[in-house]
Design a protein around this ligand. Structure first.
Ligand SMILES: [Zn+2]
Length: 445
């Protein structure tokens, strides 16, 4: 059944078939934001505390389990920060836990709704000034249906080119029936090439990730830069801007802080699964995940319990032998992580090679990144897509990249990154990606 579905989807690498798919998916897309149904965060605050050890972080989780909290950032390592959003009614309870555990904390956002409103205003402002063009998709955050329009526009304009091709296809449908769209960009010169797989948007609210992938797509398809030309000479590129479109649309239209997918959970009124805790390589909800459907890191009832991770996992397995590297983009914190993340004792035998390729990417970038093995150097989290790519699909160079911001330069914003930052973050990350591809090609030859 699974194979049959996959075969059918693969035949969709033709624009004609894709347009039929688009007709279907527009019908399930919510096209206009309705402010009356948006969850507001008036008076909500974000607090940043330093977590000195994994033990202290675990104690915090347990002591705060009765408080309605939304984690914006969980510590990846000792002395990393814990950033947490709380409503006005639970502020005293949160402070009491900080005090009990002797955790120093500071309030970094004094009204979350203002932060969200500011982002909406910036998006509106950029949209009003934009002249319609393919390039205009790269400088703002967009709806799911706009992202699909963009992929189609890239594909049809490249179809006129003799050199570079861009095929759009679906790897499967989400819980709500949206297509998980991927684009393959390649030069058709009759040579079989190794591939690089890039995705973004597994976590709904981390909007900079899809925006950066959208920028990569633009550069690969249209740039005349000689590095890009070399990258297309050396590799086929699979790019998926939005792994979790259901959650993304919900974060745009209803709840800006939404992280998970949108599946209904048995015996619970809480929706959604953390897709990046649901992949089936050493899946373990007790390692950085949760068995509680109301938690943001709910790992699912079993591995691959949701279509978003299942479809991507199938794609990786099918194309594993040709894909040599996988980069999955998240935000925030500026981390460059490599497997394995499922346990603190699991270290990839070739970790030194993974670390050195990560350093090659980060070296020419202007943003600094912490590079580390997910579980060994940093706190473990099982069920991640990077572990599955490497452990189950044999994709040697597999990474999770947590994009900016890290620090509070210009004021703390967490995962709310002004759309005016998109071109800056995308250009810097592209500089790193060029170095990554050049070094990977050198290693493969
Ligand atoms: Zn994430």
């Amino acid at each position: 059944m699974r194979n049959g579905l996959f075969q059918r989807l693969c035949t969709c690498e033709m624009i004609g078939v894709w347009s039929v798919l688009v007709a279907t998916l527009v019908a399930v897309d919510v096209s206009a934001a309705d402010d009356t149904q948006r969850i507001r965060y008036d008076g909500y605050t974000v607090h940043q505390a330093v977590s000195s050890s994994h033990d202290q972080f675990q104690k915090f989780i347990s002591e705060a389990s009765h408080i309605p909290l939304n984690f914006w950032h969980v510590p990846h390592a000792d002395n990393d920060t814990l950033d947490v959003m709380v409503g006005p009614e639970a502020l005293n309870d949160l402070q009491a836990v900080f005090d009990k555990l002797k955790m120093e904390s500071k309030q970094v956002v004094d009204n979350v709704e203002s932060l969200f409103e500011k982002e909406r205003r910036s998006m509106h402002h950029i949209k009003r000034r934009a002249t319609p063009s393919i390039h205009s998709y790269t400088v703002n955050y967009h709806s799911y249906s706009e992202i699909i329009d963009y992929l189609q526009a890239v594909s049809s304009s490249r179809a006129k080119s003799q050199n570079v091709h861009a095929d759009v296809f679906s790897i499967g449908k989400t819980t709500q029936g949206k297509d998980q769209a991927m684009i393959k960009i390649y030069r058709n010169d009759g040579r079989a090439k190794p591939a690089i797989l890039i995705d973004g948007g597994i976590h709904a609210r981390e909007w900079i990730a899809p925006a950066v992938v959208i920028n990569f797509i633009y550069q690969l398809a249209f740039s005349s830069d000689h590095h890009i030309s070399t990258m297309l000479g050396d590799f086929d590129w699979y790019l998926m801007p939005l792994v979790n479109p259901d959650g993304y649309e919900y974060s745009r239209l209803r709840d800006r802080s939404w992280r998970k997918t949108m599946n209904v959970n048995a015996h619970s009124s809480c929706k959604g699964t953390d897709a990046n805790r649901n992949f089936g390589y050493h899946w373990d909800p007790y390692s950085g995940g949760s068995t509680n459907p109301c938690e943001e890191v709910f790992a699912g009832d079993h591995n691959f319990s949701i279509p978003e991770s299942t479809n991507l996992g199938n794609f990786m397995r099918q194309h594993g032998p040709s894909i040599k590297a996988y980069l999955t983009f998240h935000s925030y914190g500026q981390y460059f992580l490599y497997p394995y993340g499922y346990s603190s004792s699991a270290v990839a035998p070739d970790y030194a090679e993974l670390a050195s390729l990560a350093r090659a990417m980060v070296q020419p970038m202007s943003s600094s990144y912490v590079i580390g093995s997910s579980g060994k150097d940093l706190y473990p989290a099982a069920g991640g897509s990077d572990d599955y790519a490497k452990g189950a699909c044999g994709i040697k160079y597999s990474y999770t990249v947590e994009l900016p911001p890290r620090d509070s330069v210009g004021g703390y914003t967490g995962f709310i990154l002004s759309p005016s930052q998109i071109p800056i973050v995308a250009a810097d990350t592209l500089t790193g990606l060029k170095a990554f591809a050049i070094e990977l090609a050198r290693r493969l030859h």
